[in-house]
Design a protein around this ligand. Structure first.
Ligand SMILES: [Zn+2]
Length: 373
């Protein structure tokens, strides 16, 4: 799912908001089931034109989307307020994910960050229910109050479901923060919360299988989400083992110092011939006008047709997102882990006192993890 492209919608409170292409499937599915099944079955809607059902369904889906966004924004704003760095929010087929750069530093901060999302969903449920109540009371048409009632129900469900006490659900983070606060042992707290997450996930899978054996496919989606939760819970625990193993190691201790860099003016043809062919590296920092401006990798070059290599400058294909590329030498390595995702350049620029002092590559980090866990 994560391999599908994401579309950037813009920024809210400075946080980039993205929609993964897989989310469109959910939009179509929710709109269709509302317009075809849910709304036509209410007595007040009898006799409405098909396009009224379609428009009400689409509007409800969009507001549902906005509700999930509000849930993730609340997590993110609390994370920012307590010193975290929010990379972006991505909405995808299973809901939303706020990519937060580092784990909370204290149990109290993690607790606040975790409850913020479900609290937002429950507040939205109350607001939508109030809207439903008032509009129904004053005799507004069904396509005003019915979507509001539906949104109240779905937000309440999202809030409650996320409070189930298993990692990686919000409730699992709440559980972890409480155990962490009580025992002072983050690794043990994560093991328990992740174990509980696996139990919840597998219970959902079993429920779906039992229902399917009885001839009902209603719980298939529920089962898929359960499987997803169980596998994420296992992953979360393994990640915590890694984080605990490398705790206290700074970027300066594992970076490659005095890195080789390339000039932004080089044509792609010369870049490939002089640096990539037979070269030791598959990515380089790029220097332009006396400063480092980004990172270029072989895959950036390959996006340009080979016939154009003599005419395109390295600078034009360089990843210049310095905000996510630069780290400082005294930063702990564990804070950089989230920046080595599959869609990232695989190299961070270590800048100290305004100067490039080294690079931190994915293999530097993998090596560190291998020797310390
Ligand atoms: Zn949440």
């Amino acid at each position: 799912v994560f391999d599908l492209p994401s579309i950037r919608l813009g920024r809210v409170f400075g946080i980039p908001i993205e929609v993964n292409a897989s989310w469109l499937a959910i939009f179509v599915l929710v709109t269709y089931s509302l317009a075809q099944g849910v709304y036509p079955s209410i007595p007040a809607a009898h006799g409405s034109a098909w396009w009224v059902f379609a428009a009400a369904g689409a509007a409800t889906s969009l507001l549902f989307f906005a509700s999930i966004l509000a849930h993730e924004l609340c997590h993110s704003l609390v994370a920012k307020a307590t010193g975290g760095n929010v990379d972006r929010i991505t909405l995808f087929i299973f809901g939303g994910v706020a990519q937060i750069d580092e784990e909370p530093k204290t149990a109290g901060k993690e607790f606040l960050m975790a409850v913020a999302g479900p609290a937002a969903s429950v507040v939205l449920a109350v607001v939508f229910f109030g809207g439903f109540f008032v509009t129904a009371l004053v005799g507004a048409p069904w396509w005003v109050w019915e979507p509001l009632r539906y949104l109240a129900g779905i937000n309440f469900t999202v809030g409650l479901f996320n409070l189930l006490p298993g990692f990686p659900l919000d409730g699992g983070r709440v559980l972890r923060s409480v155990l962490w606060g009580a025992t002072g042992d983050l690794l043990k707290a994560t093991r328990w919360a992740a174990g509980s997450g696996q139990a919840i996930g597998w219970a959902m899978v079993v429920a779906a299988v039992v229902a399917a054996a009885r001839g009902s496919l209603d719980l298939i989606w529920f089962g898929i989400i359960g499987w997803f939760i169980a596998s994420l819970a296992g992953q979360a625990y393994r990640q915590q083992v890694v984080r605990s193993g490398i705790a206290g190691v700074s970027v300066a201790q594992v970076m490659t110092p005095n890195p080789e860099y390339v000039s932004g003016e080089l044509t792609l043809e010369r870049l490939v011939a002089e640096h990539f062919v037979g070269g030791r590296h598959s990515r380089y920092p790029v220097m332009h006008d006396g400063t480092i401006v980004g990172v270029v990798s072989l895959s950036d070059v390959k996006r340009v047709h080979r016939a154009e290599w003599p005419f395109v400058a390295t600078l034009d294909v360089t990843d210049k997102d310095m905000g996510s590329l630069v780290v400082s030498p005294d930063q702990p390595v564990e804070q950089t882990l989230a920046r080595f995702g599959p869609d990232r350049p695989g190299m961070l620029l270590v800048v100290g006192e305004g100067r490039l002092v080294g690079v931190l590559t994915r293999s530097d980090v993998v090596h560190l993890i291998e020797v310390s866990t």
